[in-house]
Ligand binder design. Structure first.
Ligand code: UD1
Length: 476
């Protein structure tokens, strides 16, 4: 049992203990404003070959949080090498968890959690780290996690996470920007509850599903998110002994168990990375194939690529090949929770629609501020008008390379894609966003024949193609 001390009128929290870091991953990051590195892309190079798709970022992050549920070792395979993953590793380490990385495998030992408070300076850099609140509370009976705050794409509140935990018997209060939660009434475990989510939030579904695995009794999550990463988390928890059914539908039922056991688990391929490479094929009119993928996870993206005139073939159960048609037509897109069109593919697809024949309308319904890439695409010659959450895209015959600034992760990807198709040189600044979510994007594109290079410093915007960016023959 944890030692506790009182904070305020009603909150008990364990006393913090000094933690020794066992982390073998870089522990500091260059502040974004100091990073002057640019990515320079020489456009109009045809692509060809095969791409290896990495493990899913969003699965990796939440499954790493989920390891807190198990008082033992967890081995997680197929973990992408990303800044966000390193940040989550740092957060787990700060909580007292032992974590080591070998290649794409993480060994996590959360037998002893020495801290119930996640550090603000780390949580503020990674919104997904708020998800530790569910497992921490379920495991320790107490959790203190700073509010992650808004981000470039919207306010992103956590009210659904908090209300769900309250329904499960937690006292949750926000003081000085930190969410303090503990299990009420001297109980050892959260209590199963029926929880209706106002919207099918991925993060809230994941937080509450994790919390419910160790609760007493049955929890029913209604209007739950159905994203593949939610299913992956459920499979991970089930492999540890959790009793969960219905993941992948809008009603998830979790029967709590007293404890979970060690596990060796491999995470799913990243459907957003795969979708980004499919768009890379389409926008450069190049035939490329990618594996491993789970084609059903890409159904809405494949449907839209087909509707603009691309052929998509399933060469093997886990391999897709795109063959762009001679003409690409406009199409309308509305972002929606899974199985609708993913908001994370909205920006990459917009780059493609700038070069498609006719007018397209994109409606962003998931996040309120996710059209900031429009101004940058317009600098490259696109013709896009924004009205509220609508982007009206009038197809143009060509884009021209320009200096542009990435505003968020998927916006960065859209600028890379536009740069691959544009005449001349595109120079992208603020690469810290790209590094959060795409493993070795440049290496993979170079393997397909793209010409691109990072330059740490100056912004010589019209440089000739250096020999070092002549594509290598290695494809991954
Ligand atoms: C996750 C993904 C992100 C993806 C998003 C939607 C991770 C690490 N990130 O983010 O890449 O774009 O799903 O597919 O998995 N909302 C509330 N209250 C809450 C929670 C959410 O109002 O308590 C709102 C959000 O502001 C947003 C909408 O619900 O407008 C969807 O957000 P959510 O599904 O929770 O996204 P994340 O889990 O943050």
């Amino acid at each position: 049992m944890q030692r506790v001390s009182w904070i305020g009128k009603s909150q008990i929290v364990p006393e913090d203990t000094a933690i020794t870091s066992h982390l073998s991953i870089p522990s500091s990051f260059t502040p974004p404003e100091e990073d002057k590195t640019v990515l320079r892309i020489w456009g109009k190079q045809p692509l060809q070959g095969q791409v290896k798709v990495s493990g899913a970022k969003n699965s990796a992050l939440v499954i790493m949080a989920g390891t807190l549920l198990c008082a033992g070792d967890c081995r997680i395979r197929n973990v992408p090498s990303l800044v966000d993953v390193s940040r989550m590793s740092e957060i787990l380490s700060a909580l007292g968890v032992k974590i080591e990385r070998q290649g794409d495998t993480l060994d996590v030992d959360a037998t002893h959690i020495g801290q119930s408070k996640a550090p603000y300076e780390l949580v503020s850099q990674l919104r997904a780290s708020f998800f530790v609140i569910g497992p921490l509370l379920a495991r320790l009976g107490v959790a203190r996690v700073p509010l992650p705050g808004g981000c470039a794409i919207g306010a992103r509140p956590v009210d659904l996470h908090v209300r769900g935990l309250q329904a499960m018997g937690a006292d949750v209060q926000i003081e000085h920007g930190t969410v303090h939660a503990y299990i009420k009434g001297g109980k050892q475990r959260l209590q199963g509850a029926r929880i209706y989510l106002d919207c099918p939030s991925v993060g809230a579904t994941e937080t509450l599903m994790m919390a419910a695995t160790l609760a007493e009794g049955e929890t029913i999550l209604e209007n739950a998110a159905q994203e593949p990463e939610v299913v992956d988390l459920a499979n991970f928890c089930r492999a540890m002994g959790a009793r969960i059914r219905g993941a992948g539908t809008n009603t998830i039922v979790i029967s709590g168990v007293p404890r979970l056991h060690s596990i060796d688990y491999s995470i799913i391929p990243d459907r957003i990375e795969a979708g980004t490479f499919l768009v890379a094929g389409a926008i450069t009119r190049s035939e490329i194939s990618l594996a491993p993928v789970i084609p059903e996870h890409l159904a809405p993206v494949i449907a839209k690529l087909r509707s603009i005139g691309c052929e998509i073939y399933t060469d093997a159960p886990n391999r897709l090949r795109i063959v762009p048609g001679p003409h690409q037509m406009a199409t309308d897109i509305k972002t929606l929770p899974f199985p609708g069109f993913p908001t994370d593919m909205q920006a990459p697809f917009m780059a493609l629609l700038t070069l498609s024949e006719g007018n397209s309308v994109i409606t962003e319904t998931v996040f309120e501020n996710r059209l900031r890439h429009v101004a940058e695409l317009n600098r490259m010659g696109a013709d896009i008008t924004v009205k509220g959450n609508l982007a009206i895209i009038r197809g143009v015959p060509m884009l021209s390379g320009a200096p542009v600034v990435a505003t968020d992760l998927r916006a960065s990807a859209s600028l890379v894609l536009a740069g691959l198709a544009a005449e001349g040189v595109t120079t992208i600044q603020c690469l810290q966003h790209l590094d959060r979510g795409y493993e070795n994007l440049e290496g993979k594109l170079r393997g397909l024949g793209a010409k691109l290079e990072r330059d740490a410093g100056d912004a010589n915007l019209s440089g000739a193609v250096p020999s070092s960016v002549v594509p290598s023959s290695a494809t991954v």
